[in-house]
Design a binder for this molecule. Structure first.
Ligand SMILES: [Zn+2]
Ligand SMILES: [Zn+2]
Length: 144
């Protein structure tokens, strides 16, 4: 895998997978959890709760006008991106099966969004698993 691709997938792990599933034991994951997550991402990539809020451009006290803070607008995550995230999760679960943390890979049965035009190749499960093993090494929360 090229470095740019690795970074892309690491970004998915840090921005989407960890916040969404980081508190959940791998053994508690179900196909339904994954499908719900994918549906949420297809509605809003920030997975907001649907209530209006302002996206602040600065931390702490600041002048929202000067910083040009804007009201959040939901933007769907592309189906191809959700599929890549699915690949990473599936890779993780394959590793989890290998390590006897779980009996089966629930991602195998989860419905993922339909593919439209071809995008950069999703990682193979083995590649994804390797990446996720690195992610575990960085932050051991998921899976312990
Ligand atoms: Zn602000
Ligand atoms: Zn939103």
């Amino acid at each position: 895998m090229e470095d740019s691709t690795r970074q892309l997938y690491r970004g998915y792990i840090e921005r989407t997978i960890q916040p969404a599933l980081g508190d959940m034991a791998v053994s508690k994951l179900t196909a339904r959890t994954l499908e719900t997550l994918y549906a949420e991402l297809r509605r809003c990539r920030a997975r907001c709760n649907g209530r209006p809020f302002v996206e602040h451009k600065a931390e702490g006290e600041h002048d929202c006008t000067a910083e040009k803070c804007r009201a959040h607008v939901c933007r769907p995550m592309a189906a191809s991106t959700v599929r890549q995230i699915h690949s990473v999760i599936s890779g993780t679960l394959s590793a989890a099966v290998r390590w006897d943390w779980v009996d089966s890979n629930v991602a195998r049965v989860a419905q993922r969004p339909k593919q439209k035009p071809p995008q950069p190749d999703p990682p193979s499960p083995a590649e994804a698993a390797r990446l996720v093993e690195e992610a575990f090494a960085m932050d051991g929360d998921w899976g312990t």
